[in-house]
Design a protein around this ligand. Structure first.
Ligand code: SAM
Ligand code: SF4
Ligand code: SF4
Length: 351
């Protein structure tokens, strides 16, 4: 059986495409399912309380196991890797993993999504470990609304300091993820855009999505991106710009006055499954091929039962070749069955 060290050195790449012709380009790795926030749209406090049982250490993949999966994925075409969670910065050894992932053959983009509350103390170490860039989730520039949307855990000043620290150390261009919810934070979006205009930071406005089954999602809480776009354009002139690459999830716009870029992620009203090239690896080693999946493939079991590198690559390859997911294109919120689909929660799968 070959070791993970052999795996890390392997560089032969055989890109594959799924049943709808979509390549495997991106791998999102969830490091842990725990989080220090309780955003109601993701991990509502009432359901994720003090007694909630998160994964135990032995249930989570080790770094060696993550590296083996990532290496296999790279050999099938993955070039972009994102570390996420739960809150990935709760994993105190994350920099050790970053150092290893960034050296994998084929990886040309290594990013991290974080709620930013611990970012100022980590930014320098993350950059030194080789991380390329960070995305910070920040739903409002109004400190009370931000606090509410983090489930009472967030501190706006700390997150802004984290963003500054990341920018100063070269982890940019920083992207800011904003989940927009009707009558919760939609009236504060212009202030947030104003704050970041001209700084080089890219704000991405995300439609509130029906991920998982615990956030009480209703269609009437979604602010369609086109509505948001219209209200932004009343304040600043915007023009559409081209995608950076095929499969980019955000629709990009730039301020006509040269003050930078914003993006819209409109999974609900303008699905983009046609180009979706993302696989997700959960902290307990399940591989999912869609954010809205209700089942995945247990790679931890294969890894711990001694699957060698060829077997692992075959498993991944089989999963991807069969993939036909296009949940957002098929979503029908008005149909009762839609609400009883048993989807995997996002904090678990990795956002
Ligand atoms: N804890 C980290 C963070 O919040 O950045 C990483 C994990 S979080 C699950 C990843 C992303 O998913 C965040 O940007 C978050 O805003 C987004 N997200 C979570 N629930 C969502 C929902 N129901 N609709 C849209 N985006 C959501
Ligand atoms: Fe935690 Fe991120 Fe989910 Fe908020 S969105 S609860 S920060 S995992
Ligand atoms: Fe990709 Fe699934 Fe989202 Fe469609 S719904 S874009 S297939 S993750």
């Amino acid at each position: 059986m070959s070791s993970y060290l052999d795996t890390e050195k392997r560089s032969v790449s055989r890109p594959i495409a799924d049943a709808m012709g979509r390549p495997l380009h991106d791998l999102r790795i969830s490091l842990l399912d725990q989080c220090n926030f309780r955003c109601p749209y993701c991990m509502p406090e009432a359901k994720f309380h003090a007694d909630y049982e998160f994964l135990k250490r032995h249930q989570r993949l080790t770094y060696d196991e993550i590296i083996r999966v990532a290496t296999s994925a790279c050999s099938l075409g993955v070039s972009k890797i994102r570390l996420t969670g739960g809150e990935p910065l709760l994993d105190k050894n994350i920099c050790d993993l970053i150092e290893r992932i960034v050296k994998l053959s084929g990886v040309d983009d290594l990013a991290l999504t974080t709620n930013g509350i611990l970012l100022s103390s980590y930014a320098e170490k993350l950059a030194a470990a080789g991380l390329h860039r960070v995305t910070v989730s920040l739903d409002s520039i109004d400190k009370n609304i931000f606090r509410k949307m983090s489930g009472g855990k967030g501190d706006l000043e700390k997150v802004l300091a984290g963003i500054k620290a990341a920018e100063n150390i070269g982890l940019g261009p920083i992207k800011i993820n904003v989940v927009v919810q009707k009558a919760v934070n939609d009236h504060t979006i212009l202030d947030l855009l104003e704050y970041f205009r001209g700084t080089g930071t890219i704000v991405r406005l995300i439609e509130f999505m029906d991920v998982g089954n615990r956030n009480g999602w209703q269609m009437n809480q979604v602010v369609p991106s086109h509505v948001l776009l219209e209200s932004i354009q009343k304040r600043w002139a915007l023009q559409p710009i081209d995608q950076n690459y095929t499969g980019e999830v955000a629709r990009r716009y730039e301020y006509v006055d040269g003050s930078g870029e914003i993006g819209f992620i409109s999974s609900v009203t303008e699905p983009f499954c046609g180009d979706c090239s993302r696989a997700r690896l959960s902290a307990d080693g399940m591989l999912y091929t869609c954010l809205f999946a209700n089942q995945g493939t247990d790679l931890r079991e294969s890894l711990r039962n001694g699957a060698d590198d060829d077997e692992l690559r075959d498993i991944l390859s089989r999963i991807w070749l069969q993939r036909a997911d296009r949940y957002s294109e098929l979503r029908r919120p008005e149909v009762a069955e839609h609400h009883v689909l048993r989807k995997v929660e996002m904090y678990r799968m990795g956002g």
